[in-house]
Design a protein around this ligand. Structure first.
Ligand code: FE2
Length: 405
């Protein structure tokens, strides 16, 4: 850890109001510079040395984080325009230190004082019934970047990264559009799986067996229908490959399903109180983002809607460049882009959405997805954000710009 300390004294002629304004601006720093940890600011109460009137202390994980803060344009502007004109004297000390083992233990025990029921670890796959299996496979290969691992006339498995599969397709010629029928989540171990199963039973839901083929890709597990009838499969030790597919432009992870539901409150209760998902943020009256133990900002989203359907599946690509290359492919082939480049504020991801109803839900391809730190994961308080397009896409200029979603 790096601790950065700043002791300072205002010039005598600086008025109280101006001093308070500078102190208030310093207090906004931890929100502006996300790498800051344990920020504090206070008045000097020492009776031995009153050279300085105030001190600020802040920590960073690495020296690079500290330097990034110090050399940020916004910080340099603050120093030039706000700080230097009012400060008579200052002393800065930055030093590296190793946290004492006893402090690490104490912090860990504080975090674990209220043991929390564990959520599933993270999303692994979606099962989609599609009217045209070969066409869907072509689409997912070319436009999403998945690799086919198994393929019969009845079904196909496609994978993004190491995990056995991210998408299972089922041939359903009787259907007119692709429909997502199940979502699969891995669970950390048998204890967590047993606890989840106990809560599912206690809440009055019926425990079902895993789909027959899925049983052979994991150690143990069970399935349950959520309040919408969507099958949720939970399992341990999902099989994985030794290396990722040899495809340059491909997703690195399937991050979340976005589920539209007519039973919003009931579904929220099911995922948070029965399956222990943690709320990350709410768009008031509309959507709740829920996270799992892999700490992605959301591994599932629920939207209050007049219909139930899995609205989209989100894949994280390796970079924004790869997102743009996939967008270029979609434009080139005339694949409908349901929502073009958006900058999601809550998950800090840039994405676009393709939608051809024959192939199932919208496919969201994003450049990254916010991952909470272990500490944030335990302490984050879900924000309530107004239903304003700028809370979904920070690149919207005004509250009424709903047009292009
Ligand atoms: Fe999404």
């Amino acid at each position: 850890m790096i601790r950065h300390t700043l002791s300072f004294r205002f010039k005598d002629e600086v008025a109280e109001e101006a001093r308070l304004a500078v102190l208030a601006e310093l207090a906004t720093f931890p929100d502006r510079y996300s790498a800051m940890r344990n920020w504090s600011l206070g008045q000097n109460i020492s009776t031995r040395d009153s050279t300085f009137t105030h001190a600020m202390s802040v920590e960073f994980d690495t020296n690079e984080d500290l330097l990034a803060y110090l050399t940020a344009d916004s910080h340099e502007r603050f120093v030039r325009e706000t700080w230097r004109p009012v400060i008579a004297q200052q002393a800065i000390v930055s030093y590296e230190y190793t946290e004492r083992p006893a402090d690490i233990v104490r912090r860990a025990s504080e975090l674990s004082q209220k043991p929390r029921d564990r959520a599933p670890y993270g999303m692994e796959y979606a099962r989609i019934e599609v009217p045209d299996l070969p066409a869907t496979i072509d689409f997912l290969q070319y436009h999403v970047g998945l690799q086919v691992e198994a393929h019969t006339d009845e079904y196909a498995y496609l994978r993004a990264d190491l995990e056995h599969h991210s998408i299972e397709l089922i041939s359903a010629p009787q259907r007119e559009i692709g429909v997502t029928t199940a979502i699969g989540f891995s669970v950390e171990n048998d204890d967590v799986l047993a606890q989840l199963q106990k809560k599912v039973v206690a809440a009055g839901y019926q425990v079902m067996e895993l789909q027959e083929r899925q049983k052979s890709f994991c150690d143990s597990g069970f399935a349950v229908r959520d309040p919408n009838g969507l099958i949720v499969e939970l399992f341990t030790e999902f099989q994985e490959y030794a290396e990722p597919p040899h495809i340059e432009i491909r997703p690195v992870d399937l991050v979340h399903p976005f589920i539209a539901t007519t039973k919003f409150q009931e579904s929220l209760h099911f995922y948070t109180k029965v399956l222990n998902f943690l709320p990350s943020d709410h768009i008031a009256g509309s959507t709740t983002f829920l996270r799992c133990e892999d700490r992605y900002h959301h591994s599932l989203a629920l939207q209050n809607n007049k219909e139930h359907y899995v609205a989209h599946l989100c894949f994280a690509m390796k970079s924004l460049d790869h997102v743009m290359r996939m967008r270029a492919r979609a434009l080139y082939k005339g694949v409908p882009i349901a929502s073009d480049i958006v900058n999601h504020s809550a998950s800090t991801s840039i994405a676009f959405y393709m939608h051809d109803r024959r192939f199932g839900p919208r496919f969201e391809l994003c450049d990254r997805h916010r991952v909470f730190t272990p500490e944030e994961h335990e302490t984050h308080r879900a924000r309530k954000m107004p239903a304003d397009p700028r809370n979904i896409d920070v690149w919207r200029p005004a509250a009424d710009d709903w047009g292009r979603f």
